[in-house]
Ligand binder design. Structure first.
Ligand SMILES: [Zn+2]
Ligand SMILES: [Zn+2]
Length: 350
C-alpha cells in the first residue's frame, strides 16, 4: 500500500483515477496524507496536512491538501551571502546569476562589478580598506531590500538574516491533491504570479524570480547562498532555484529524486544532467510526462533565478493563516506587479 501511495503522490494518470476513489474512502486519503507528511522534515511541519475544499487559479473547484510549514534550517545552514572584503574567497560569499550563468560572489567578483556590468557607478567596497559595504543590521537590510532603495544604500551588498525577523514565518500551502492541467497554454515565464513556485521538504519555499532589474538599478546585489537561497524580511529564507541542498525523496519509478511540490500540485524532481537532460525534452515549464509517474517538473538550479519557467497546472494558494480558504481564482487579474528588490508582500499570495 505504501508503494501505491507513493505513486499517487507523483500524480500520474493512474493517480487521477485512483484518487477519485480515494476521495470517497477515508482510509486511503488518510494514508495518503500521512505519506505527504512523512516527506517533509518533521521540524518544518506546523500543521496538517489535511484535506480541504479549494478553488484553483483556473476556477476548478476540487480538493486540496493543506499543510502549514516553516523553514526548519538552523542559522548556520544558510549563507554566506556577501563577502566582507575584496580579498575574500568564494567560501566567504554566495552566488549571483546573470543571463543564466551562476557566478561565485567572492571578493574579486565584487571588485570587478564595474567591468562586469560595464557601468562605472558600481563601487561596492571601500577603496582604501577593501571592506565590502554589507547591510549588516536589520534596518539596513530593510531599507536596502525594498522597491525604492534608500539613497544611502545604493552600492551595497544586501543580505538579510533570519535573526532580524520578529517571528518565524508560517505559511499554509493549499495544493491540489490531483493536479489539473491549465486550459490556457503554459508558455515561458508565468507572469503576474509573484508568489511561491513550490515548496521544498525542509519547509523552505521555492520563490518567483528575484527582480534583478530593480536590484541592479540601485547598484545593489542580493546574492544567493550556494544553495540558491537568501532571506527577505517578509517570507524569510527562500530559494530561487534548486541547487541540490534540500531534502530528497528517492522514488524507484522516477527518473530523479523528488525534491518538492509545485504550487499546482505536480511533483518537482531534481534537475537532470548530461544525456538524461537532453533525452528528457523538457517543456517551457521544465516538465515532461513519463510512464508511471505522469507529468512532473525537473527544477531549475539557481542559475535560472527561478525553479520553474511556468506552471503546467492550475495553482493553489499560499496563505497567511491555516483557517483561510484557498480561492486562487479571486486574485486581482494578473496579481500585483513584481516590484523592487524582493518586493513587498503581495496582499493575496495565491
Ligand atoms: Zn529572493
Ligand atoms: Zn522526468
Amino acid at each position: 500500500m505504501k508503494h501505491l501511495t507513493s505513486k499517487l503522490l507523483l500524480g500520474s494518470a493512474i493517480a487521477l483515477m485512483a484518487s477519485t476513489t480515494a476521495v470517497a474512502h477515508g482510509t486511503d486519503m488518510s494514508e495518503r496524507l500521512a505519506t505527504i507528511k512523512t516527506m517533509f522534515d518533521a521540524d518544518s511541519v506546523v500543521a496538517g496536512p489535511e484535506v480541504v475544499d479549494c478553488t484553483l487559479s483556473g476556477g476548478t473547484e476540487t480538493q486540496c491538501f493543506s499543510i502549514t510549514l516553516k523553514n526548519s534550517l538552523a542559522a548556520d545552514e544558510m549563507g554566506p551571502w556577501c563577502p566582507g572584503n575584496i580579498s575574500d574567497t568564494a567560501d566567504e560569499g554566495g552566488i549571483w546569476v546573470r543571463d543564466g550563468t551562476q557566478y561565485d560572489v567572492d571578493g574579486a567578483f565584487i571588485e570587478n562589478l564595474a567591468t562586469f556590468y560595464d557601468d562605472p557607478e558600481w563601487q561596492l567596497f571601500d577603496e582604501d580598506t577593501g571592506k565590502v559595504h554589507v547591510t549588516d543590521t536589520r534596518a539596513a537590510c530593510d531599507q536596502a531590500a525594498r522597491p525604492d532603495v534608500a539613497e544611502e544604500y545604493n552600492n551595497y551588498c544586501v543580505e538579510c538574516r533570519t535573526e532580524y525577523m520578529e517571528e518565524v514565518v508560517e505559511t499554509t500551502y493549499v495544493l491540489p491533491l490531483v493536479p489539473v492541467a491549465r486550459q490556457d497554454e503554459a508558455t515561458g515565464r508565468t507572469p503576474g504570479t509573484p508568489g511561491p513556485r513550490g515548496i521544498a521538504f525542509n519547509g523552505v519555499r521555492f520563490d518567483a524570480a528575484a527582480p534583478q532589474d530593480a536590484i541592479l538599478a540601485a547598484h545593489t546585489l542580493a546574492p544567493f547562498d550556494d544553495c540558491g537561497g537568501h532571506v527577505n524580511l517578509h517570507v524569510g529564507y527562500h530559494y530561487h532555484g534548486a541547487n541540490g541542498c534540500s531534502p530528497k525523496q528517492e522514488k524507484a519509478e522516477a527518473d530523479a529524486p523528488m525534491i518538492g511540490f509545485a504550487m499546482d500540485g505536480y511533483p518537482i524532481l531534481a534537475k537532470l544532467t548530461g544525456d538524461d537532460a537532453e533525452k528528457a525534452e523538457l517543456d517551457a515549464c521544465s516538465g515532461h510526462v513519463a510512464v508511471g509517474i505522469g507529468y512532473h517538473y525537473h527544477g531549475n538550479s539557481a542559475e535560472k533565478n527561478e525553479i520553474l519557467g511556468c506552471f503546467k497546472g492550475e495553482i493553489g494558494c499560499a496563505l497567511d493563516s491555516p483557517d483561510a480558504v484557498c480561492k486562487a481564482d479571486e486574485r486581482p487579474a494578473g496579481g500585483p506587479p513584481e516590484s523592487g528588490p524582493e518586493g513587498q508582500k503581495p496582499h493575496d499570495e495565491a
